[in-house]
Each structure stands twice: as C-alpha cells, then as structure tokens.
Write a new protein. Structure first.
Ligand code: BV8
Length: 259
C-alpha cells in the first residue's frame, strides 16, 4: 500500500492501462532504448550493479585512446560482449515490441545498443545511433575494407588489419561523431512523433539523451520504462513505469491488444 492507501498493483495497473491507451491512440509512436533493454537477456548494462563501467571508466574502454593504450583489455571486453550477443536470446519485452510493430505497422526504434538484439527479435526499423558489433575497421583508417566480427577474428588479440595496424570495432566510441544519417533521422522522429517510449536508459550519454527531451519539449507524452529514476522521470509529460522491460512491455501489450 502507498500513503494514498492505493494498492501498488492497482496503481501500476492504472499506469499500464494509461500506457496502453497512449500507444493505441498514437499515430507515430517511436521507441528509444538503452542497455537496460538488453539486461534481462543477460547483457550487462554500463552503470548497473554488475555494470561494465563499475570496473573501468567509460573513456578507458570505449574510446580510441583507450584502445591504443590498452588494446588487449578493450578487445577482451568486446569479445565478451560479442559472445554474449551471439548466444543470448531477446526476452519477452522484445516480442511485445514486435507485437506493437505488427499492430501499428510502423514502429521506428532508436537504440544506443550495439548488440543487435532488436533485429534478432524481428524489429524492422532499427536506428543504431552508436553503431554495432557486426564489423571492425582499421584504427588508422588505411582504407582496407571492414571485417566481420566473428569468433575467429579473436584468435589473436588485439585483432589486426591487413596493413598491420590494430582493428577497432565499428561502434561509436566516446569523442566520435554519431553516424550522420542515423542521428538526423532520430532527431526528425523526435520532431514528428506523437508518442515516445523510452526504455532502459540512464539518460547520461549525449547526444542520444537529448532525443526524448526534444519530444517532451513539443508537448509529446513520453512513456519511461526503467527500474530506476532518471533525469527524464521528473520532466512533466513523462509517464513513469517503474520496473523491468521484460515484465512491463508484455503487460502493456496484453491490455492494448489482448493476449
Ligand atoms: C559526441 C558504443 C561529439 C560503444 C557508446 C560532458 C558532459 C556531457 C557530454 C559529454 C561530456 N564530455 C564528453 C561528452 C560527450 C560524450 C558523453 O555523452 N559522455 C558522457 C559519459 C558524459 N558523448 C560522446 O562522446 C558521443 N559523441 O558527443 O561527439 C563530437 C563533436 C565534435 C567532434 C567529435 C565528437 C559519443 C557517445 C557514444 C559512446 N559510445 N557505446 C560500446 O557500446 O561499446 S556509449 C554506451 O554507453 C551506450 O551506447 C550508451 O549510450 C551508454 C550507456 O548508457 P545506457 O544505454 O543508458 O546504459 P546504462 O547502463 O547507463 O543505464 C541502463 C539503464 O537501464 C539504467 O537507467 C537502469 O536503471 C535501466 N535498467 C537496467 N535494467 C533494466 C533497466 N530498465 C528497464 N528494464 C531493465 N531490466
């Protein structure tokens, strides 16, 4: 019970139903996800209890300087993440998004994640703001074609380009520009959507963190699904669903579209 004497589950049933109404009524709903979307599939987040950044500073791993300074450590880290992404399956929250995509025919999804789980689940329109773990390129930009990130690439650490330089994963590292087309489309979607569903991001990394705020500033409702409070939670217009993506998304879809 909370101070108003309302049983928590009634409160959350009310919120779930409000979220379901917003989703069914929206003409252009856009989803924006962070590492929390993948955590119930077994991918560690960056800032959570067992987060990657718990052991190292972000800039020490996901940056060009970090790779040059400690290529073995950084490639060990990427190998761990690639292995996880290949072996892990998308959880029920992803299937719920696929159901919304089917009902609404379009559901653009902006992600900071590089694990490819959205596509693996069958989500079609994925905008990868921070690249992906699919390929790697020469850290010195020698012009050799990028190589696919498969297990055999890791026989020798760090993996090397045909020119002899070390490779870097084709993700957006700290201090690097985001892919122009992806960012432009993400801003355009924030400018044109009439609902944004923000799932599992701490809203720390810029410019990805500015995208939900653009929608909110236009008076668009934002549904936030997160296990914790974030800078988005207290902004007027945000509907806070406190809990895990894997539990909340299927509950919303059940109310919105039946089982
Ligand atoms: C750029 C790819 C410009 C690599 C990543 C000072 C102030 C402000 C900004 C800056 C600053 N100094 C530098 C900057 C800019 C910098 C930045 O924002 N730094 C931060 C640290 C302050 N940004 C950049 O450098 C970007 N580039 O700005 O370029 C520029 C201009 C001119 C010239 C050159 C450049 C590039 C940023 C991209 C970095 N790459 N990833 C890789 O993945 O290996 S960032 C990486 O970390 C992710 O992609 C993601 O963006 C971020 C992690 O954030 P989240 O996804 O939110 O994950 P997190 O763990 O933090 O949170 C998880 C959330 O989920 C939590 O809220 C948790 O409660 C919740 N959760 C957990 N479980 C669940 C859940 N929710 C629901 N269900 C659950 N089960």
């Amino acid at each position: 019970m909370n101070e108003a004497g309302i049983k928590e589950e009634t409160l959350s049933a009310k919120l779930i139903s409000e979220a379901a109404d917003l989703i069914t009524a929206a003409s252009l709903a856009v989803v924006s996800t962070g590492a929390g979307m993948s955590s119930e599939s077994g991918v560690r987040t960056f800032r959570g209890e067992d987060g990657f950044w718990r052991e190292y500073r972000a800039e020490d791993l996901a940056s060009i300087e970090g790779i040059r300074r400690n290529p073995g450590l950084v490639w060990e880290w990427y190998r761990e993440r690639l292995k996880a992404c290949e072996e892990l399956e998308p959880h029920a929250g992803y299937s719920a998004l696929v159901r919304i995509q089917r009902e609404k025919s379009i559901l653009p999804l902006i992600t900071q994640n590089v694990d490819g789980l959205h596509q693996k689940a069958g989500i079609k329109d994925v905008i990868e703001l921070h690249g992906s773990l699919r390929t790697a390129s020469c850290i010195d930009g020698c012009g050799a074609p990028c190589v696919r990130m498969t297990e055999d690439l890791f026989e020798e650490l760090p993996p090397r380009c045909s020119c002899g330089s070390i490779l870097r994963p084709d993700v957006v590292l700290f201090g690097e520009q985001l892919p122009h087309q992806a960012l432009k489309r993400a801003f355009r979607l924030a400018d044109s959507c009439d609902l944004m569903i923000v799932i599992g991001t701490s809203m720390v990394v810029y410019p990805a963190s500015s995208i939900p705020l653009i929608a909110l500033r236009r008076g668009v409702r934002v549904i936030e699904i997160n296990t914790e409070e974030t800078p988005l939670s207290s902004v007027e217009g945000t509907l806070n669903l406190r809990g895990t993506a894997g539990r909340i998304l299927p509950e919303i879809v059940k109310v919105a579209y039946g089982v």
